[in-house]
Design a protein around this ligand. Sequence first.
Ligand code: TPP
Ligand code: MG
Length: 596
Amino acid sequence: MSAEVQTIWAELVAATLVDAGITVCVTSPGSRSTPLVAALAATEHDALRLVTIIDERAAAFFALGVARATGKPACVVCTSGTAAAHYLPAVIEASMAGVPLVVVTADRPPELQDCGASQTIAQRGLYGGFVRGAYDLGAPVASEASLRAVRRTVIQAITMALGPCPGPVHVNVPLRKPLEPARPVTGDHRVLAQLATALRGPRVLAPPRLVPDPAAIAELASAISVEPRGVIVVGAMPVELASAREAVFGLAVRTGYPLVAEAGSQLRFGPRPARVVFVDHLDLVPADRVPAPALVLQLGAEPVAASWPGWVARTRPARWILAGSSWRDPDSTARGVILGDVAHAVSALAAALAPTSESPTRTEWLDDWCAIEQQAEAAVDRALEAHPGSESAVVRAALGAMPDGAILQIGNSLPIRVVDQVARTAEIGRHARRCAVITQRGAAGIDGLIASAAGATTAGRPVLLVLGDVSFAHDIGGLLAARCAAAPLAILVIDNRGGQIFAGLPVARADLGAAFDRYWLTAPELDPATVARAFGASAITAGSAAATAAAVTTALATAGVTVIHAPVTTSGAHDVRRTAIELYPQPALGKLGGDP
Ligand SMILES: Cc1ncc(C[n+]2csc(CCOP(=O)(O)OP(=O)(O)O)c2C)c(N)n1
Ligand SMILES: [Mg+2]
């Protein structure tokens, strides 16, 4: 093997990535990956954007954000050793959430394994069961068969990343010194280069799709057709599921069921038909006032509403889950889990259902839900007025300042729940602002959110990231990655002085004293604005909800990264939820709401 052969080999890998549809590749610096990165740098043109991010953990989260926002697979390339290990959190999130990610790791060749060679670890199988496929290209060999195998393996890997169960794949690439590119000079090398060139060209990838079982759809349709007291509940969904919006709305009409669409569902924002009964504030309805459905049809990730597990446990509906490519039923009570493409399942189900006929029970059922939603909405509005310094008030103001077409990325912990509670429904109508929503609900980590939001700007639309102060501190390194943002990026740091989600958990009432603050809340004691400026980002400190709205407007209209520091009350999220539930009207005498 010579440097010339290795160069041909690496250039074929780079060209094949592009031929197979990779448009963004995130590299991190290193020596062993030199042939690959040099080939990618030479390949970079309109079809490929190359981004370089020092920290591989941030690089992988950036790529995750790219894939989430664009719906296309993104690629990361790193050197050998622990560099590859830093990809693990993002690989796990991609695996759990079904996001296509192509992980390319340079490696030492076989003769340098298990012998104390520097920066050499066992990289094969490094990501265990979290990848859809793990491939090793073997060290470069000067033969046409080997070149064909390289190209086939890369295409095979990317196909596996796309389906039938989308997710990450690992391609390990052993490389030998000399690593720097070398042009072919001998006749043999020129012939090999021509062979490699002849292999290139656009490739059609054909990942299989999981088609839901028609018999199961038919059974579900017949269950729905005899059950007027049903509800459709939609948890977080990937951005590309936005194309199924109309189909889900159509299904709600066909079934005659109200639609509980969580903030991450792609159904909350944007125009919504008036003939669908939307229930956005279920989490703010007192438990004893929520009706008991006989059937719940679930789509997307497990709901985040705190009231959801109790509601299901109390009312014990027949739960049917349109689950996509991974099993979803954490409390093991589902009547049916239908695996397969969700958009396909929704359309097939709507087609299998006869239009619902008006019946007093159906009308009463929907009227009840309409009333519940109106009362909860009024209650939360009043609760927000009562707590103007709360994060809930700040989040509502920020959402109101988002321009049409922007991307909203919601951090975990309280932000995902607060957005769900306060995102206004008043925007139903044809002119409501559309906004794609990115959530990190695969493994529900608070990690990598800044880097991931920076990656999401690759879609060319402004991105608003709403995250907590601990989450901000966790991904401070992501601010370096944010320098690669391709569109305005506003990072709204909800500073409630620590992980205030824990204040709502039993541990907060366990009389742990100062230990609770020290080991659970862990307030970072950082000034996000100072940190932002140190990383070259703009910074605004917003002391009120109105100031936050103004800051979001400015930030999303300004190129680059703006960190908006929003100091809020420590208990605001809990206060608003509690107050909204307290303000929910009492049942009229003689009329009993709630469980039958
Ligand atoms: C990577 C990772 N580490 C730890 C956790 C556990 N965790 C869940 S919420 C949370 C606190 C988050 O605090 P903050 O971002 O300030 O949000 P808040 O609770 O105040 O809304 C932690 C540490 C996690 N989910 N992910
Ligand atoms: Mg916090």
